[in-house]
Write a protein that binds this ligand. Structure first.
Ligand code: SF4
Length: 329
């Protein structure tokens, strides 16, 4: 499998200023702080963590909706981190996003037909309106909707149908990479599975690569190939999804998994429980050493002094925790 996304030492800092007339730079919110990972074609890479961990900022930076502070964002072999608006255009087509809330992402004044054909005409995927209409009807069919829906408006549809329209729009420009930002969490449980199945079907049929942002760990395990666990702007554990979920090493990953039920009682019984105490510290004043040390039941002397480097514990599994040095691997 070839690598389609390569993120290297990516940083996104938001400066904080004090004062009204004379602004003084007093620090930075390090929303994304030196993260690196690779994603292969046709795979789903999940970014997981509590709100404020930097997963959404990572995705927005990779899409160049916001500019990175530093680092490399290589998409299909090109570093797009410094490209101009015009230079970014072909990459904007290749990378599409499906948001959590389909209500906010569809223009209420446009018909479904307009919503689907506009991006195709803008990116010159089709030669004229007629071809765009034909393709829009085909896209509706692909997401399980009917041709007569073309003339309707978003408010005439249910949440699940709106999300189907949003997926059809994302697919309308032949993307290679889809960012899925909690794409089912605003939907009824009964329709969540249908939407997930659509994503799985399109990945198989179209060879799409997904960046999946979620805090639903059961769903992450079900649809992802690789997962990165983020805490306060950094990746603390990353690897092949079954390996990370079956053999979590970072105490934070263990705590996240403890909080999420596993349907298999045999695994549930074997699993050691780890309950998180305390709140996520402020990203403005992160703790010294390992950022997790104030909440970590395994804290050692070194933990508040040195930030642990990412280390491989197996060819498909990396962890940033001083416990790794103590393990007999
Ligand atoms: Fe806990 Fe230390 Fe590992 Fe941080 S480095 S997670 S404080 S054991």
């Amino acid at each position: 499998n070839d690598v389609v996304i390569r993120v290297k030492n990516l940083k996104k800092y938001f400066p904080i200023y004090k004062g009204f007339l004379i602004k003084k730079h007093v620090g930075d919110v390090k929303a994304v702080d030196d993260i690196s990972f690779e994603v292969r074609r046709g795979e789903t890479f999940a970014l997981v963590g509590e709100s404020g961990c930097g997963k959404t900022t990572t995705a927005r930076t990779m899409l160049r909706l916001i500019d990175p502070t530093d680092g490399v964002i290589e998409i299909l072999g090109t570093d797009i981190s410094r490209l101009s608006r015009e230079e970014l255009l072909p990459f904007r087509r290749k990378m599409q996003i499906v948001f959590q809330n389909p209500i906010g992402s569809l223009n209420p004044r446009m018909t479904v037909g307009q919503i689907l054909t506009e991006p195709m005409l803008f990116h010159k995927i089709v030669k004229d309106q007629q071809e765009a209409n034909e393709r829009a009807i085909e896209l509706l069919r692909m997401v399980g909707m009917k041709p007569y829906h073309m003339d309707r408006y978003p408010h005439q549809f249910s949440g699940g149908q709106k999300q189907r329209i949003a997926i059809a729009r994302a697919l309308s420009v032949n993307p290679e990479i889809l960012f899925l930002d909690e794409p089912t969490s605003a939907l009824d449980v009964s329709v969540q599975a249908q939407i997930v199945n659509l994503f799985l079907k399109f990945q198989e049929e179209l060879g799409l690569t997904y960046i999946f942002i979620s805090h639903n760990l059961a769903l992450v395990r079900f649809i992802s190939h690789h997962v990165a666990i983020m805490y306060l702007g950094r990746i603390v554990e990353m690897g092949e999804v079954n390996e990370v979920f079956d053999n979590p090493i970072h105490p934070y990953t263990k705590a996240l998994l403890s909080a999420s039920p596993i349907p298999d009682p045999a695994i549930e019984k074997k699993r050691s429980r780890l309950i998180l105490t305390g709140n996520v510290p402020s990203p403005i004043a992160r703790p010294s050493g390992c950022f997790f040390h104030p909440r970590c039941p395994f804290k050692m002397d070194i933990c508040d002094k040195e930030y642990p480097q990412m280390k491989f514990v197996s060819p498909n599994h990396q962890v940033a925790c001083h416990l790794v040095d103590k393990r007999e691997v």
